[in-house]
Design a protein around this ligand. Structure first.
Ligand code: FES
Ligand code: FES
Length: 174
């Protein structure tokens, strides 16, 4: 076993840790820093419950090694709220009742936030009809496809999609 020092910047705060080089970011966050908002569902990159933003991009933290992310900006669902105000995506999930047990919810919300930035950057998805179009229309089919890496065992998809759609419509009105 080899241990190394690493500084992780999580939700705006720096933490100095000594970790086994095999420690995943998910375990470092949950077991070492006490940040339990990313959840361990499968621990194999299959469910999305552990989704975080790494320098703004969504990533399954169970597949990332903590030592590789020295200096990166790590955002968890905990860090989305600012000055005591919920992030609009968090508010929309509550208003649309986009969860049942809530286990997948932090990952869903973080993933949705990252997904909207991907759309704004013009990244097409598997169901995008015209990949050369200047703007991507975020239909429900697009939302479902782009969120397909986040599974919900309670099957709350019928309310998750409208929650995300509300935020896309708010953004479009700006
Ligand atoms: S716990 Fe990471 S994808 Fe399931
Ligand atoms: S709300 Fe229970 S797993 Fe999604």
């Amino acid at each position: 076993m080899e241990e190394v020092d690493v500084t992780l910047r999580v939700d705006g705060e720096e933490h100095r840790l000594t970790v086994d080089t095999r420690t995943t970011l998910l375990d470092a966050l949950r077991e070492r820093l006490g940040n339990t908002s990313p959840k361990k569902g499968c621990d194999h990159g299959q469910c999305g419950a552990c989704t975080i933003l790494l320098d703004g991009r969504r990533v399954n933290s169970c597949l990332a090694l903590a030592v590789a992310y020295e200096g990166s900006d790590i955002t968890t669902a905990d860090g989305l709220a600012e000055n005591g105000e919920l992030h609009p995506m968090q508010r929309a999930f509550i208003e649309h009742d986009g969860f049942q047990c809530g286990y997948c919810t932090p990952g869903q919300i973080v993933s949705a936030v990252g997904m909207l930035d991907e759309v704004e950057a013009g990244w097409p998805s598997h169901v995008t009809g015209d990949v050369s179009a200047e703007e991507i229309t975020l239909s429900d089919a697009e939302i479902r496809e782009r969120m397909s890496g986040n599974l919900c065992r309670c099957g709350a998809y019928a309310n998750i999609v409208p929650a995300i759609r509300e935020i896309t419509e708010e953004r479009a009105r700006r």
